[in-house]
Design a protein around this ligand. Sequence first.
Ligand code: ADP
Ligand code: ADP
Ligand code: ZN
Length: 215
Amino acid sequence: MILILLGAPGAGKGTQAQRLMNEHGLVQLSTGDMLREAVANKTEYGIKAKAAMDAGELVTDEIVVNIIADRIGHDDCKNGFILDGFPRNVPQAEALDAMLSEKGLKLDHVVLMTVDEEELTKRIIGRFTCSSCNEGYHDEFKRPAVDNVCDKCGGTDFTRRKDDNIETVQARFETYRSQTEPLLPYYESKGVLSKVNGMSAIEEVAGEIKAVLGV
Ligand code: ADP
Ligand code: ADP
Ligand code: ZN
């Protein structure tokens, strides 16, 4: 199955992608995670992407399209994958269509998770992740069972993203509205778009997504 999770920053895409990965063996392809890794490793793409990421703007289509084209060719993507954070504008969506048709693959579902901006801001400001396994947490909404110990891997080191601050969040919302929202009519017209209420609790959103996917 090939699935796109769409939604504003903080909508819960990464959280739901990780659940689907754990429960259904689908691979999560997060361009944000891949770019942060490239920045940390100071690769050529990382060096080019850093300024745009810090400002809450999109990095160039060339970089993310190349990263995804390379990644979906790997063996672990053979049984399907979840795109989390890609595509983020119409040219990226067109590039994805071309890549898939070249490989004889078909996009099964695009799931939009809707959440209002007040809630998105709370989610982003309280977000942190396990440095070892990348499991996502929240100060209020998803604390580890034991403080400062990752539920999944037992790690005790956590990180907060540099762009998860109140100023950059506003720029990221604006980028989402102007560049990413035009994907909604794009996928609606292809008949693959479904909407779920992203305001509900994590478990409920997961249930709604499973109903859409039929898993
Ligand atoms: P995205 O990948 O869309 O940017 P995340 O999955 O990282 O979003 O979620 C943002 C933050 O909100 C994380 O701290 C996560 O634990 C929390 N979160 C995710 N889904 C929900 C939900 N349905 N209700 C409350 N908090 C949530
Ligand atoms: P969030 O879901 O919280 O917005 P991501 O981790 O998906 O965050 O993305 C973080 C940053 O990485 C974005 O603000 C942007 O600069 C860059 N980025 C991620 N995916 C893409 C993409 N498909 N195209 C362009 N830039 C991207
Ligand atoms: Zn962990």
